[in-house]
Design a protein. Structure first.
Length: 389
């Protein structure tokens, strides 16, 4: 663009041919601005408006007087920044472009019409500098982005509403998960009680009756004594299985003696039954811990040991429990085949989701990652020592 032609030269007696050329170029420039699909106007070096197109009139809601000191730098009624702060006309982008002789392109500004309607625009203010470095004026093109801003605001509001719904739904699901956990533990306790009281009584009576029958068989059918002893042995195995099931459903030791004793007993039983050596690193005592929080750590240990034997095929396991500051930490390490990284991306596998959900209700956190030197699996669970539901 030939910016020298935007404003007539200041020479008081310019050659006639030069004047005609300048007027022609200025007319062509105005014609180009008129067909722009945006508001456009020009100012002289003092900020007086020398031209505006019809789109500018539509944006401003008025047609300012040309070369009028009352309408300097912009023909709008009022101006505001994008955060709603009022802007004086001599601080608008056109004024800055003239004063600082630099371009300001893509700058957001809000125009208020006389009827109170506000239009958000992007200003593109560019000064005209002649060949000798003199300031001739400037042009400003205002692009109406109100529709885009409204769409962005609608999208933002929709996003906020969706986020609120997601939070509400997540809260509902978390509460449901906690309710199901408590309901499941209640059913476990009920079933454990029935197995202990009802079946335990029956097994005890059956054991006594078989003992008496054994003495009678010695007298009338001594050949059947050995066979009957096998039945007694099976009964004792059944009693042992019943006790293990009861302990698994509801760890009585946890209720009566606390987490440390319950973990020690469970890990030792698990090691004995699975044939997998287990190392224990437990403190002598723990600070007071909410009953359900202690049960959660116990269940995580159960789940992790089950995974170590069933899925990881570990040959050794280490269970440690410690207090660090105001947190209690549980860690289970095994030397098995580990969990594939892609499986870790689907935390529902191996009960990880259930473990994590149980911890969340106490403000705890869970991590499942490869063990030391990339071998096996390490499960780490932490929660505040004063955790309550």
């Amino acid at each position: 663009m030939d910016t020298k032609a935007a404003t007539p030269k200041t020479d008081s007696n310019p050659p006639r041919s030069t004047s005609k050329t300048a007027n022609h170029n200025e007319s062509e420039f105005h014609r180009l601005l008129e067909v722009l699909p945006a508001g456009a106007y020009t100012c002289d070096a003092e900020g007086l408006i020398t031209y505006f197109n019809q789109h500018a009139v539509a944006l401003w809601g008025r047609a300012p007087a040309l070369n009028d000191a009352r309408d300097r730098f912009c023909g709008s009624f009022k101006l505001f920044s994008k955060d709603g702060t009022p802007i004086a006309h001599d601080q608008c982008w056109m004024a800055l472009a003239l004063r600082e002789r630099r371009q300001y392109n893509g700058q957001e500004i809000i125009v208020e019409r006389p009827d109170g309607v506000r239009v958000t625009t992007l200003a593109h203010a560019n000064p005209f500098i002649d060949g000798e470095g003199g300031l001739l004026g400037a042009v400003n093109v205002l692009v109406d982005i109100s529709a885009r801003k409204q769409a962005e605001e609608a999208l933002r509001e929709a996003h906020d509403r969706l986020a609120e719904k997601v939070i509400a739904r997540t809260t509902e699901l978390t509460e449901l998960s906690h309710h199901l956990f408590r309901a499941a533990e209640s059913e476990r306790a009920k079933l454990a009680g029935e197995l202990h009281d009802d079946m335990g009584s029956l097994l005890t009576v059956l054991s006594i009756r078989l003992g008496r029958l054994k003495e009678q068989l010695r007298e009338v059918a001594p050949k059947l004594v050995d066979e009957q002893q096998e039945v007694i042995d099976l009964l004792q195995a059944t009693v042992g299985a019943q006790r293990r099931i009861v302990a698994s459903l509801r760890p009585v030791l946890l209720d009566n003696f606390g987490l440390v004793i319950a973990l020690k007993n469970h890990v030792e039983d698990w090691s004995r039954n699975s044939g997998i050596p287990a190392e224990l690193d437990l403190p002598s005592e723990l600070p007071p811990l909410h009953a359900e929080a202690a049960l959660t750590l116990f269940r995580i240990t159960q789940e992790s040991l089950t995974n170590a034997a069933k899925h990881a095929r570990a040959s050794s396991v280490r269970v440690s429990l410690c207090i660090a500051g105001k947190e209690i930490g549980l860690r289970i390490d095994d030397d098995g085949k580990g969990i594939a990284p892609e499986r870790l991306q689907h935390p529902s596998s191996h009960g990880i989701l259930g473990m994590r959900e149980r911890l969340l209700q106490f403000g705890g956190r869970l991590s499942v990652e490869p063990g030391a030197q990339g071998r096996g699996t390490r499960v780490c669970a932490t929660m505040p020592t004063g955790a309550t539901t």
